[in-house]
Design a protein. Structure first.
Lengths: 113, 113
């Protein structure tokens, strides 16, 4: 079963615009991570935000986390054609053994030049 | 510093056959996780190996099995292949100071005909 649900499912923007996508999850988490996948290949790790953090930045990426609403958002500023990809959020709930990730269905972002 | 590597890149098998996929983790990582990603969906957790043992398992049948070697590399075996096993199989590694961040390989595209 998929823990996270991304919204919107697809997004089309012009180069230079900002892209925002949201992720909701169902159970308590330890961390939330965002990944990028281009052309159905391997996932690239973008950023990890811990459950006790509210906001994190990495270059043109800004991630927020609201554990009371069980939701997160990913903002990509000044988008580029190279940002065209699918973006996934993934959560892990700390267990005694293991750190498996549960993924949402992804947001497909198209950045038009 | 090599990242996560997987082999082969593509594979075509016939229903009922068996397949073995291979993964080498990122240097310094000791934990390997396997995910199945159907077209247009997010990855689904299959299982995770640590210290040569299966530490966690997702909702996959016993036809899916794995192994981890002393050098931390891992194999995923799928027996009695079904058409529905056609997917991208992703390996991810983690460990050490990067316990929660999972780094993915490029994947193996399996097609079952």
């Amino acid at each position: 079963s998929q823990q996270g649900e991304e919204d919107p499912q697809a997004l089309s923007i012009q180069e230079g615009e900002n892209a925002t996508m949201n992720c909701s999850y169902k159970t308590s988490i330890n961390n939330l991570q965002w990944y990028r996948q281009i052309s159905g290949r391997g996932l690239v790790h973008l950023i990890l935000i811990r459950s006790n953090e509210r906001e994190k930045h990495s270059g043109r990426l800004r991630v927020t986390l609201d554990t009371s609403k069980k939701s997160s958002s990913l903002l990509i500023t000044a988008s580029r054609a190279a940002d065209t990809a699918s973006y996934f959020c993934a959560t892990d709930a700390y267990q005694a053994a293991g750190n498996k990730l549960t993924f949402g269905g992804g947001t497909r972002v198209l950045v038009k030049p | 510093d090599a990242g996560v590597t997987q082999s082969p890149t593509h594979l075509i098998k016939t229903r009922g056959q068996q397949v073995t996929l291979r993964c080498s983790p990122k240097s310094g990582h000791d934990t390997v996780s396997w995910y199945q990603q159907a077209l247009g969906q997010g990855p689904q957790f299959i299982f995770q190996y640590y210290e040569e043992e299966e530490r966690q398992r997702g909702n996959f049948p016993d036809r899916f099995s794995g192994h981890q070697f002393p050098n931390y590399s891992s194999e995923l075996n799928v027996n009695a292949l079904l058409l529905g096993d056609s997917a991208l199989y992703l390996c991810a590694s983690s460990g050490g100071q990067e316990y929660y961040e999972q780094y993915f390989g490029p994947g193996t595209r399996l097609t079952v005909t």
